[in-house]
Design a protein around this ligand. Sequence first.
Ligand SMILES: NC(=O)c1ccc[n+]([C@@H]2O[C@H](COP(=O)([O-])OP(=O)(O)OC[C@H]3O[C@@H](n4cnc5c(N)ncnc54)[C@H](OP(=O)(O)O)[C@@H]3O)[C@@H](O)[C@H]2O)c1
Length: 330
Amino acid sequence: MGMQHVWKALMGFVESHATGIAATAAAGVGLVTLRIWLAGGVCHSRVRLEGKTVLITGANTGIGKETAVDLAQRGARVLIACRDLSRAKKAAADIRQRSGNGNVVVKLVDLASLDSVRQLAKDIQENEERLDILINNAGIMMCPKWKTEDGFEMQFGVNHLGHFLLTNCLLDLLKKSAPSRIVNVSSLAHEKGQIHFDDINLDNDYGPLKSYRQSKLANVLFSRELAARLKGTGVTVYSLHPGVVRTELARHQLTPSALWKRILIVPIYLLMKTPWQGAQTTIYCAVEESIADVSGLYYSDCAPKEPAPQAKDDQAARRLWDLSTSMLGL
Ligand SMILES: NC(=O)c1ccc[n+]([C@@H]2O[C@H](COP(=O)([O-])OP(=O)(O)OC[C@H]3O[C@@H](n4cnc5c(N)ncnc54)[C@H](OP(=O)(O)O)[C@@H]3O)[C@@H](O)[C@H]2O)c1
């Protein structure tokens, strides 16, 4: 008798709110579909990495940390190069525990200091027998107008110049370990980027987004030029967009005072990739067998993607290379 009453009441509710219920269900299905679509590609390669050594910059959090867990699970010796030792040690313990691989080592590097980058490279050259995969992942986004220790604009200095120097210092070891790979984590942001050759440090007109876009375009151009220079060496180069990923990257936009921004961002957060999902294209570029002989391309969602026209400009790529070597005194 009681159940019948509840059932009748329920049906009455459904009949009188049919449109609302249908709309809510449709929105729910739409959201779930959108979320699955946004999750993007997954790296299905089952390649094992026993006996291989991987170096990942900025792996104490976000995409880099998830990449480290995956590559450690595959059996690699994983070196995580980070600027904050205490955060890095905590992350390394977590990576070891999650991967079941104890061979995870912390290295110190501040990419905003050429001296620190050179020290890391020297340490690797002297103490590692091989380097099979270098992942230039660390990044800083849309910070205020800051300078690196050597006086370069911060985002160009960390995202491009620091990695450019590190990579060049490690090339001999990578060649010795060939077939080996270099993976540069860029961004879709490169598409609106421009290399401001006449004002590379943006001294005259700094904009946080303008600078980020320039640095991420530099990542794609660097990959392209490096691939050309490494032809025939067995060292291949990849650049990629990881997707829009829920990490700490937006830390310079989300100041503690901007509470309204934090509230507004909640629904956007729910639609973003998780760090695990965001790491998939990096992992794909690092291990996927079918792209072992492909070099210099740009990837997104575990597939090649056409980068913006200015990212395929070989003359600009060479000009950026020359400018970078002269800025670094190479
Ligand atoms: N998240 C996205 O939606 C997205 C989209 C497109 C591209 N990306 C790219 O993905 C890469 C990883 O970013 P993420 O999203 O994982 O961000 P994240 O969570 O902020 O991680 C960035 C990492 O870079 C490190 N780092 C920053 N400055 C450094 C420096 N001077 N020296 C050494 N390490 C430094 C950070 O170290 P600390 O923790 O010590 O600061 C951290 O480990 C970046 O290159 C970013 O441009 C991300």
